[in-house]
Design a protein around this ligand. Sequence first.
Ligand code: SF4
Length: 363
Amino acid sequence: MKISFPYMGTTVIYKTLLELLGHEVIQPPIPSQRTIDLGAKNSPEFACYPLKVILGSYIEAIEMGATTIVTSGGHGPCRAGFYGETHGRILKSMGYDVDLIVFDAYKRDIMGTIKNIGKIKNGKSLIFLLNAIKTVYFMSKAMDRLEKKIQKIRPYEVTKGESNKAWEEIQYIFSGIKNKDDVKKAEAEGQTIMERIKTVSISDSNRIKVGIVGEIYVVMEKSINLKIEEILGSMGAEVERSQYISEWIDYNLLPSWLTKPHELEILNRGAKYIKENIGGHAKQTVGHIVDYAERGFDGVVHLMPFACLPELVSQSIIPAITKDYNIPVITLAIDEQTGMANVQTRIEAFLDLIKSKRMVRIA
Ligand code: SF4
């Protein structure tokens, strides 16, 4: 079968897992205006923005020959739990015959997970499958470590754009991974590539640190969030995202006694503001803002997809956190109408605010 997946963040990780299992992988193109238009045209108007863009990605993958799509499901009181069903019905109504394999949280659907594993393991033994999963897990950890370093170097690069190029190169190196030894070699090579980037030196007191929080898809997929990390970096801010793929795996796929996921701490930090699970990543959004404030970050960018109810709730709580912790937070609503010039202007003004706040503190 020709297999594909949703495009989100470091897709080389999903691609590698499927290739290690011997599948013919159809990598969907980087989401573009065409992807967005295709998704928006064929989705209900009131659907949340990620549902539309992911639908557009599926259509493009099917046009390229994909017959099966593997994705993760969601749970809790938001639309993520219906993505599989909704996407499946829309694709069927458009005349596409595609097998949508949806991995829901394994603790909630053990039989469904076993059935899905049977479908994607492609006749390989369980040991082979576990080794492949281990390889991509170590790969995700290594790539996240390197990406976090890139996010810290970008604002200080001498030649503009060098960090972005380095990250592209690193992702390419990781696309050839076959086993754990390859991961080690790729990480060492990535480290060497980063050390070649010339940076200006800056004292710790002059560094500006900004956290990025919000719904997972808009936080992780740069083609959809208008390359917010690169914009912040080019304007002199170090960034850290609330979502990294290896941390998502730790929290969602592995037993907590094995990994002690960071996300559990984050949820505890946010519990004062949101007690119930309201779906999506609202609790994490709130918890991360508190965490960034406690860790001395200068500000937070909150990304909220259009029609996302959980992030609308977290947006309404943000003023209380800002007041309690004295940390500036800017919310950017992301949809098909969001323009680059608008985002750049607002981020520039936000960084000016952070700098003036700092001047007042020093004076
Ligand atoms: S978290 Fe928001 S954007 Fe994501 S599925 Fe739920 S409602 Fe949609």
